[in-house]
Design a protein around this ligand. Structure first.
Ligand SMILES: NC(=O)c1ccc[n+]([C@@H]2O[C@H](COP(=O)([O-])OP(=O)(O)OC[C@H]3O[C@@H](n4cnc5c(N)ncnc54)[C@H](O)[C@@H]3O)[C@@H](O)[C@H]2O)c1
Length: 459
């Protein structure tokens, strides 16, 4: 009996090893009936899930920022407006970026922070005993190693998007969070945009009935920005990798609509890209190479375990207007953000009715009129946004959603609450980067989405 068990285990290991080189994934993979599955690493003995993780309240959240480029520099500015925070350390590869942030702090009358630079300066920042939260705004390749190191040194971490660039990195974040019991949040700001956050409240109230098809995207012509990324990291990454390398703005808000890993789970993904057209031109012009892996337009379709569907698109090369799509189709209603905001909701679902309007005529076939739209957007605006909306719009950061995100994070840390987004959200929303590449490189084959909770979401 024991021998048979060992033989079976050895056979399974051989199948994984045998297939992994063909599929070129960050973890061993198997193929069954055409579907590719990456191995789920075993949870270490004694390690438990981090669903609902809460930590001791922190009176003043002491923050160390790593990466002070476009995003990190603005984060330092935004936090200067948030009560109960203190910027204690700053780090960038380049010392002049640290100095610039120090000048900003002093211009606001705030104390000088400890400064670090160089390729490994961030390690000393993570090792400090007076930092509660490490806030990571570097290029993508540094996100996970920095976050894991910070958690291992007793810090909560907030990581810019995507938090991880491979399935192996997604598991590294999950395991570090479960092991250390430190928060690991991905800074997916789009879930805090006014329309998305309000539509989520409507969805929770059942206005759309059962939502079964959602769409999201990152379609943004980055031509004005390519030269701004430090050492061209973003174009270099895209030159190397096919697939949706920036899925989280699209997938995050719509996964929340489907309550992923609370009431449902992503099952498998199928992706397809176009050839590289503008990408190749960019590479020739800016990198001096003809080789460019990333297709101009990438589309992924995900089916969930409860029979729902998610469509995600990526295009950072096209001469077309910005869009995150953000669309939800339900049994009773519909919401759409780009290119036009609209709600199609049946009159009978609307509780707060205005005089003089014929609600019986609202049948979902067309968008509700402006008066009804405005009333619904006001009624369902989340209270945490209502309380700080004015200040958020003044401080700004993508129209205010960045400030709302930061304020919510600090509110939860100061009150010892679970965060709005957990490490499983970070892993699920980031994992499309590698899964879409694997699907594309294998003829749009279905690829299983790992259950990063290892079954605990449904217990
Ligand atoms: N959520 C959003 O809306 C949003 C918007 C823009 C960018 N981002 C994300 O923010 C991150 C940063 O993007 P960006 O536009 O600021 O890029 P950037 O190139 O302007 O900044 C990256 C910074 O990281 C620094 N860096 C690189 N290696 C480092 C190291 N070893 N130690 C310390 N610092 C190091 C660079 O010097 C640079 O200053 C990316 O992950 C990006 O995807 C998110």
């Amino acid at each position: 009996m024991k021998t048979t068990k060992y033989l079976l285990a050895a056979l399974a290991a051989l199948v994984f090893v045998g297939c992994s080189s063909r599929i070129d994934a960050s973890l061993p993979a198997t193929v069954k009936d055409g579907t590719i599955t990456l191995k789920t690493p075993a949870r270490a003995p004694g390690q438990v899930h981090a669903i609902g993780l809460a930590a001791d309240p922190i009176d003043t959240v002491r923050i160390g920022f790593i990466g002070l480029g476009m995003r990190g520099d603005d984060a330092v500015r935004r936090y200067s407006f948030i009560e109960g925070t203190k910027t204690v350390a700053l780090c960038d590869l380049y010392p002049d970026r640290v100095s610039k942030a120090q000048v900003f702090l002093s211009s606001k009358g705030l104390p000088e922070a400890a400064g670090y630079d160089g390729e490994d300066g961030w390690k000393a920042l993570c090792e400090r005993s007076d930092v509660d939260l490490v806030y990571i705004c570097t290029d993508w390749k540094h996100h996970t190693p920095m976050a894991v190191y910070a958690m291992e040194h007793g810090k909560h971490v907030a990581i810019e998007v995507p938090a991880a660039m491979s399935i192996k990195e997604c598991w590294a974040l999950v395991d570090a969070c479960e092991r250390t019991r430190k928060h690991c949040i991905m800074l997916e700001n789009c879930v805090y945009d006014f329309f998305e956050a309000t539509v989520l409240e409507m969805a929770k109230a059942g206005l759309f009935g059962e939502i079964y098809h959602v769409e999201g995207a990152y379609i943004h012509n980055l031509d004005p920005f390519w030269d701004e990324y430090a050492d061209n990291w973003r174009l270099l990454y895209n030159a190397q990798f096919r697939g949706d390398n920036y899925p989280t703005h699209g997938i995050g808000p719509v996964c929340q609509l489907l309550d992923i890993h609370r009431k449902d789970l992503m099952d498998y993904v199928v992706s397809m890209d176009t050839d590289s057209f503008n990408g190749k031109k960019l590479a020739a012009e800016k990198l001096g190479t003809e080789d460019f892996a990333n297709g101009d337009h990438t589309v992924s379709l995900i089916r969930t375990q409860r029979g729902k569907q998610i469509e995600i698109q990526h295009n950072v090369y096209a001469a077309r207007p910005y869009s995150r799509m953000y669309q939800a189709t339900g049994t009773e209603g519909f919401a759409n953000k780009y290119p036009v905001k609209g709600l199609a909701i049946k009159g009978k679902a609307i509780t707060r009715k205005q005089e003089g309007l014929d609600y019986d005529r609202l049948d979902g076939e067309r968008f509700v009129p402006k008066e009804v739209y405005d009333a619904l957007m006001d009624e369902y605006k989340p209270s945490y946004i209502r309380e700080i909306e004015q200040k958020a719009r003044e401080v700004g950061g993508h129209g205010g959603m960045d400030f709302i995100m930061d304020s919510r994070l600090i509110y939860c840390l100061r009150n010892g609450l679970p965060l709005d987004m957990d490490v499983y959200d970070a892993a699920e929303w980031s994992c499309l980067t590698e899964l879409s590449r694997i699907s594309i490189e294998n003829g749009s084959a279905p690829v299983k989405v790992p259950d990063f909770t290892r079954g605990d979401w449904n217990r």
